[in-house]
Ligand binder design. Structure first.
Ligand code: XIL
Length: 292
């Protein structure tokens, strides 16, 4: 049986992987599939490496959640994607995971119109936080691949142009930047027609591209027609990454509908993952296989 990471590597990619989260690690059947390295050779912590998780109150640091995800990955020799940095957490987490990872050093810097998001970092430093964080991350682990990650940069448009311009500028200023993370939280039937071209445009900047948070949601209830369209959409996304040599890998934003973030975030939507709530493969799984 063809499996997702096996096929991705056969296509020349570094990995196929999935996000996971700490509460899920108590589910034995879930953990068994998470450690199935024929499907998953890479893991992202959905929440436990974030600033609010690692410094829940000012000056009080806890890395146990992130450490548990790293241990889970190491037990199966899976790669780690650090998600995501702030100036507070970059150094300690990079220390424990040295040499085995990529990092989303900058997460979601842009508004949809391509202007910079009013984060606490931007309002206090302007864009200076971006180069500061990237340089600090490089100093902490010279071997880690350093990424800027965002959503709604799947197709060409103002936000993708802004991302490209930022990366060009960072490279011109010799700021370390290795990759662009394209989150790829999509809606069934709405894969942008410019998706592959846009991945190629990013790769042409001389950086890696990764699909970092793939899921394709639908308005519930899931029907046969929607699940069939979802299969085609997964296939389209994977085929685009396959066709762009600079696209190094794909990560699902969790593999099962049981633990997807979608229903809790987008009212009335769900069924976004390749496995259903009972860990049974959906047509979407076959779509990924077809795409590779
Ligand atoms: C989401 C998690 O999946 C949820 O559990 C959490 O409540 C909110 O964050 N883009 C990102 C991720 O970069 O960090 C987000 O993860 C999904 C959107």
């Amino acid at each position: 049986l063809a499996q997702l990471n096996t096929l991705a590597q056969k296509a020349g990619k570094l990995y196929f992987g999935t996000a996971t989260d700490n509460p899920e690690l108590s589910n034995t059947a879930y953990v068994a599939q998470l450690g199935n390295t024929s499907d998953f050779h890479q893991i992202t912590a959905a929440n436990s490496m974030k600033w609010d998780a690692t410094e829940p109150s000012r000056g009080t640091f806890t890395f146990s959640g992130g450490d548990a995800i790293v241990a889970q990955a190491q037990a199966h020799k899976q790669l780690i994607r650090g998600h995501n940095c702030s100036r507070h957490i970059a150094v300690p987490l990079l220390d424990i995971t040295k040499g085995r990872l990529s990092w989303d050093v900058i997460n979601e810097p842009f508004n949809d119109d391509g202007t910079f998001r009013d984060s606490v970092f931007f309002t206090t430093t302007g864009t200076a936080y971006i180069s500061t964080a990237l340089r600090a991350a490089r100093a902490a682990d010279p071997a880690a691949k350093l990424y800027i990650n965002d959503f709604n940069i799947e197709g060409t448009g103002a936000k993708s142009t802004a991302m490209a311009n930022l990366v060009k500028q960072l490279k011109a200023e010799n700021v370390p930047i290795d990759g662009i993370g394209v989150q790829t939280h999509l809606i069934v039937g709405q894969v942008p027609s410019t998706f592959q071209q846009n991945l190629q445009n990013f790769a042409n900047l001389g950086v890696e591209v990764a699909i970092t948070e793939l899921d394709i949601r639908m308005t519930l209830p899931a029907t046969t027609a929607l699940l069939t369209q979802q299969m085609k959409d997964y296939q389209t996304v994977i085929a685009a990454c396959k066709a762009v040599s600079g696209c190094v890998g794909v990560t699902l934003w969790d593999w099962t509908d049981k633990f997807s973030w979608v229903p809790g975030t987008f009212a009335g939507q769900g069924a976004a993952c390749p496995w259903d709530e009972n860990f049974v493969k959906k047509p979407a799984y076959q779509g990924i296989v077809n795409g590779w």
